[in-house]
Design a protein around this ligand. Structure first.
Ligand SMILES: Cc1cc2nc3c(=O)[nH]c(=O)nc-3n(C[C@H](O)[C@H](O)[C@H](O)COP(=O)(O)OP(=O)(O)OC[C@H]3O[C@@H](n4cnc5c(N)ncnc54)[C@H](O)[C@@H]3O)c2cc1C
Ligand SMILES: *[C@@H]1O[C@H](CO)[C@@H](O)[C@H](O)[C@H]1NC(C)=O
Ligand SMILES: *[C@@H]1O[C@H](CO)[C@@H](O)[C@H](O)[C@H]1NC(C)=O
Ligand SMILES: *[C@@H]1O[C@H](CO)[C@@H](O)[C@H](O)[C@H]1NC(C)=O
Ligand SMILES: *[C@@H]1O[C@H](CO)[C@@H](O)[C@H](O)[C@H]1NC(C)=O
Ligand SMILES: *[C@@H]1O[C@H](CO)[C@@H](O)[C@H](O)[C@H]1NC(C)=O
Ligand SMILES: *[C@@H]1O[C@H](CO)[C@@H](O)[C@H](O)[C@H]1NC(C)=O
Ligand SMILES: *[C@@H]1O[C@H](CO)[C@@H](O)[C@H](O)[C@H]1NC(C)=O
Ligand SMILES: *[C@@H]1O[C@H](CO)[C@@H](O)[C@H](O)[C@H]1NC(C)=O
Length: 591
């Protein structure tokens, strides 16, 4: 944990301001301080209809603040040590992985409720979700949904909102030879309840000798992942998560519990698969296809040269030029790029490829032509490059990789930039790639590459023929993420880092593929043309379906379909852009 420094920003100002700026002619979502906020009696009645499952959140960091609920030295120590543990945040009804600086577990940090909803429904069944949706629709209170709280753009939190926490809606059922799955190339269907995380799902898949298209991190939840598209270490083989969906069980904005599939509400079926979380409905369960257990060869590699040198950037450009060939030959996986490794003299590209159903010899034959060039002192290299890789056989991909990978640490103040690169972008001249990649990842930052698309995503067998997943994915090879972070409570650094990320680094990637876009679940939510960037040509149809299925805007988030039908008023334009984590400051009013 980094050291905290006192922060001058006072979020109480925000709430006071918000209550003052009421324009009665507009329909605005009520805030706790505004006159149209539901009365305590109304909240009590909701609690009764939920058998007492309504909670008033206490920010997770208050345990470190004298005079605040739950304050003890022991609880504070636990909160500090668990702040980076995404499983700890997932088990909390209201906390999320990225809370900004609203209530850090440190006595000298300020603590407010601005990073948290006003009330949380701990949903156990469809009827609880229906009660919450009906309450939000009738009162106009902003509604959000939290599964695990992993969301980087901050769509699973929001001040003054009613939140539905789906974590306790549990269960997984496997049906071998389900004809609906067989029709689309699977061998079984798996029905997964909204509260499940990939660890639970992979355990069931392994026990049934199945392979399932799932997230790379065991703590990520099914809900936001699959509704937003969902990339997987094996999506290059079978398509994205949303492409696996056979059926969804949801509660729509009108409070109705519906079964949605290619025959029942096909337009909603299309929109839910890739149109984004908490936009059209609350997911209760999803049924996906699954494939046989899959022996796989993994190939772990690293290539090192002089930190941040001309050779390093040429190497990175050359490496990217090879990605379409690697992907088309059956490689998939992740790579990490550190121009300067921890202030040392080394610049490194490292990662792991998976080769499903290929032998170690086959895997080596695919990577070796590229490695021979890299290690042969090619004409573009002024410094030596060292490295290579080693293959490893895995009897079952699910057990040996998916369940074995350590969950990532969370809880930092950060933002992701990202862009999806197609073959055309990756085939640009060495010098072009070199210049743009260098601009995207200045030292000390790193770049995370996801070789998770290619053939499998382009040719996915999608139930009903198509879905709302952004067309950018269908020609994708590498999904590039450029993460940034800044010290807690440092507004100056935050502004500098997020501004250069948005205006320089992300733009450098965009220039490589101007008509491509970014992956909504891992993108910078402050990009101005987010509709085109995140949803591509599907946006107009998605917006029509939003108006059809949620005409009153019960669900509202950023950057979500229909966001622009509402206006957010805040004290300064800077805050509107930079305020993160679902905390779009001020009032949310219908335009
Ligand atoms: C450590 C880490 C690893 C990641 N790895 C991957 C990866 O391998 N592949 C990948 O594609 N992405 C990955 N992501 C991004 C991931 O897809 C998003 O964080 C996604 O939002 C997670 O969904 P969630 O339900 O777990 O999270 P939440 O934050 O709970 O929800 C995310 C969004 O979905 C909505 N939502 C959640 N549940 C429901 C529901 N039941 N009904 C309606 N809306 C719902 C929320 O309201 C919110 O808008 C990763 C993120 C992190 C932090
Ligand atoms: C809801 O009711 C339960 C049980 O009576 C109670 O413990 C809880 O505090 C109530 N929630 C709120 C927000 O009042
Ligand atoms: C609180 O805990 C920390 C570390 O666990 C310890 O160093 C400190 O002395 C404790 N303070 C008190 C007042 O007990
Ligand atoms: C992370 O949190 C979970 C849930 O609270 C807990 O079971 C697990 O032990 C924690 N992991 C670590 C490394 O503390
Ligand atoms: C799994 O099947 C059981 C028994 O039919 C049922 O009670 C349960 O709700 C099902 N779970 C899911 C996630 O569908
Ligand atoms: C899974 O496969 C193993 C090894 O082939 C076999 O022993 C086991 O019975 C299978 N389990 C199931 C549930 O099919
Ligand atoms: C760099 O340092 C961090 C933190 O000390 C460590 O986790 C990481 O493994 C290091 N990276 C490399 C490539 O050695
Ligand atoms: C590359 O450098 C990193 C960081 O110093 C090191 O961990 C790794 O082993 C090196 N790889 C090779 C092939 O030398
Ligand atoms: C904020 O961060 C920057 C860069 O990391 C640092 O130079 C500056 O001193 C920090 N400001 C404060 C108030 O800590």
């Amino acid at each position: 944990m980094r050291i905290f420094i006192p922060f001058l920003f006072n979020s109480a100002l925000y709430l006071n301001w918000a209550s003052a700026a009421t324009n009665p002619s507009q329909h605005c979502k009520p805030l706790p301080s505004s006159p149209n906020w539901p009365s305590l009696e109304q909240w009590h009645a909701l609690n009764e209809s939920l058998s007492g499952q309504l909670h008033a959140p206490i920010p997770a960091g208050t345990v470190c603040h004298a005079g605040q609920p739950g304050y003890t030295n022991t609880s504070c120590t636990i909160a500090k040590t668990q702040w980076g543990n995404s499983s700890w945040h997932a088990n909390n009804p209201w906390s999320t992985d990225y809370n900004d600086d609203t209530c850090l577990p440190d006595p000298i940090a300020p603590c407010s409720t601005a990073g948290y909803p006003a009330y949380v429904v701990e949903a156990l069944a469809a009827s609880d979700v229906q009660e919450a949706v009906n309450f939000a629709r009738q009162t106009g209170v902003r509604l959000i949904v939290k599964g695990t709280g992993h969301d980087w753009p901050g769509r699973s939190s929001g001040p003054g909102a009613l939140s539905i926490w789906t974590h306790r809606i549990r269960g997984i059922n496997v049906t071998h030879n389900d004809p609906r799955a067989v029709a689309y190339g699977g061998v079984a269907s798996v029905k997964i309840a909204a509260g499940m995380q990939w660890r639970d799902i992979y355990q069931q898949a392994a026990a049934h000798n199945l392979t399932i298209v799932g997230g790379g991190d065991v703590n990520v939840g099914i809900g936001g992942w699959i509704l937003g598209g969902g990339h997987s270490p094996i999506s290059s083989r079978f398509g994205l998560g949303a492409d696996q969906v056979l059926e969804l069980e949801v509660v729509t904005a009108d409070g109705k519990h519906r079964i949605v599939n290619e025959n029942s509400y096909p337009d909603l079926f299309w929109a839910l698969r890739g149109g984004g979380g908490s936009t059209y409905a609350v997911l209760l369960s999803v049924t996906v296809k699954a494939y046989p257990r899959m022996p796989t060869t993994a190939y772990v590699f690293s290539y090192n040269t002089t930190a941040n040198s001309d050779t390093f950037w040429s190497l990175l450009a050359y490496f990217h030029q090879q990605l379409p060939m690697l992907s088309d030959s059956g490689a998939m996986g992740y790579y990490f790029v550190e121009p300067t490794v921890n202030s040392t003299a080394v610049g490194m590209i490292a990662g792991g490829w998976f080769f499903p159903e290929k032998t170690t010899d086959q895997a080596k034959a695919i990577v070796s032509p590229m490695e021979k060039v890299i290690l042969s002192y090619p004409s573009w290299a002024k410094d030596p490059i060292v490295g290579g890789g080693f293959p490893e056989e895995m009897d079952d991909f699910t057990t040996s990789f998916c369940l074995a990978a350590e969950p990532q640490s969370v809880g930092v103040d950060g933002r992701l930039g990202s862009w999806i690169l197609d073959k055309k972008a990756l085939s640009k001249p060495l010098d072009t790639l070199k210049t743009q990649l260098k601009k995207s990842t200045p030292t000390p930052w790193m770049l995370l590459g996801h070789l998770v698309a290619g053939k499998g995503v382009r040719d996915a067998k999608i139930p009903g023929g198509s879905n709302a997943v952004s067309p950018h994915w269908r020609s994708a090879y590498s999904h590039i993420v450029i993460p940034r972070s800044w010290p807690y409570l440092n507004a100056t650094d935050k502004a500098a880092v997020t501004t250069s990320l948005r205006n320089e680094a992300n733009e450098a990637l965009r220039e490589l593929a101007p008509t491509s876009g970014a992956y909504m679940n891992e993108a910078d939510p402050t990009i101005s043309d987010w509709q085109e960037v995140l949803y591509g040509d599907h946006y107009p149809r998605l917006l029509e379906l939003k108006k059809k299925w949620d005409p009153e805007g019960v669900f509202w988030c950023k950057p979500c379909v229909g966001n622009e039908l509402w206006e957010v008023t805040g004290p300064s334009s800077m805050d509107k852009v930079e305020w993160g984590i679902g905390q779009t400051g001020g009032k949310i009013c219908r335009k």
